[in-house]
Design a binder for this molecule. Structure first.
Ligand code: HEC
Ligand code: HEC
Length: 243
């Protein structure tokens, strides 16, 4: 336990020194569309059999302990987990606990690449209990409506495409679905939403639901931009576990 605490403290110091975050801008800003998207690893099945385990981790979560565990994350995800409006670091506040736990365990298992974050979130730094704790803390944080927004130039396309292709999973108000591990997208920063949508379309975020890969396949960058813009403007609903 002391070793873990020590490592978390060390990670916090590194963040404080700015060694981990000096690059500022995301290493993967919106990349050009690829002609041949790499296939997801064949052994991976989206959320296969893990769902019950992840829900149990959340149910055992202690938000007060989670607040302590989050100290080492603040250098990047900022106080109150509000992320950065330039999209380099996502908001985690108010995200569904199940989603947070799935993403953290996927990063630990190597299913979602996140080299910057791994030293702060790998096995040995965050154990199973810490992950449940931090998720139960983050999901209860308020989501203020001052997230980074898109240019607002083609919201009609964004809305039409969102309602047609995305709302069935992410909800008509962008509220996601905790039980199904579908992320909430309202209140999130535009540039992060855009980067993730592009990465999922192009097969770079390998832990994504293959049905989302299918739905976004062939959509041009301009449509994804309108979609992310529209999502970033969806009204933020009440927060907490009952959303
Ligand atoms: C060095 C910077 C850094 C630190 C420290 C860091 N993260 Fe992250 N985290 C990131 C980046 C960058 C992303 C987005 C990666 C991407 O664009 O795909 C991210 C993404 C996430 C996500 C996925 C969010 C989503 O919407 O899918 C979760 C959950 C997360 N971080 C939790 C944490 C927790 C908990 C900690 C502390 C234990 C932490 N992070 C520390 C950089 C960091
Ligand atoms: C079949 C359900 C489904 C559909 C349809 C779907 N998504 Fe997703 N989406 C998901 C899941 C599940 C994830 C999280 C994947 C994972 O576990 O990493 C996700 C992740 C995302 C993310 C990243 C969120 C975050 O916090 O990291 C964005 C942005 C997104 N989807 C946008 C869209 C858009 C835009 C559409 C419509 C064009 C769409 N999705 C359609 C299921 C879906």
């Amino acid at each position: 336990m002391n070793v873990i605490k020590g490592r978390i403290a060390l990670a916090a110091v590194l963040v404080a020194l700015g060694t981990a975050c000096t690059s500022g801008a995301p290493t993967r800003s919106v990349p050009p569309a690829q002609s041949a998207a790499p296939a997801a690893p064949s052994a991976y099945v989206w959320n296969d059999a893990e769902a019950d385990k992840l829900r149990t981790m959340l149910a055992a979560g202690d938000p007060a302990r989670g607040e302590q565990a989050f100290i080492s994350c603040r250098g990047c995800h900022r106080a109150q987990a509000l992320g950065r409006p330039d999209g380099s670091y996502p908001r985690l506040a108010g995200q569904h606990g199940t989603v947070l736990i799935k993403q953290l365990t996927d990063v630990q298992a190597g299913r979602r690449a996140n080299e910057k974050m791994l030293p702060f979130a790998d096995h040995g730094v965050l154990d199973t209990r810490d992950i449940g704790d931090v998720a139960s803390y983050l999901t209860r944080l308020p989501v203020p409506p001052d997230n980074g927004k898109g240019p607002g130039t083609d919201l009609a396309t964004g809305q039409a495409q969102y309602d047609k292709l995305c709302a069935s999973c992410h909800g008509t108000r962008g509220e996601g679905d905790a039980a199904k591990f579908y992320p909430r997208v309202s209140g999130q920063h535009f540039k992060y939403l855009l980067r993730e949508t592009v990465d999922i379309r192009d097969g770079r975020r390998k832990n994504a639901d293959p049905r989302m890969v299918e739905v976004t396949r062939g959509l041009p960058d301009a449509v994804l931009t309108s979609l992310a813009d529209y999502m970033s403007r969806l009204p933020v609903g009440p927060t907490g576990l009952t959303r």
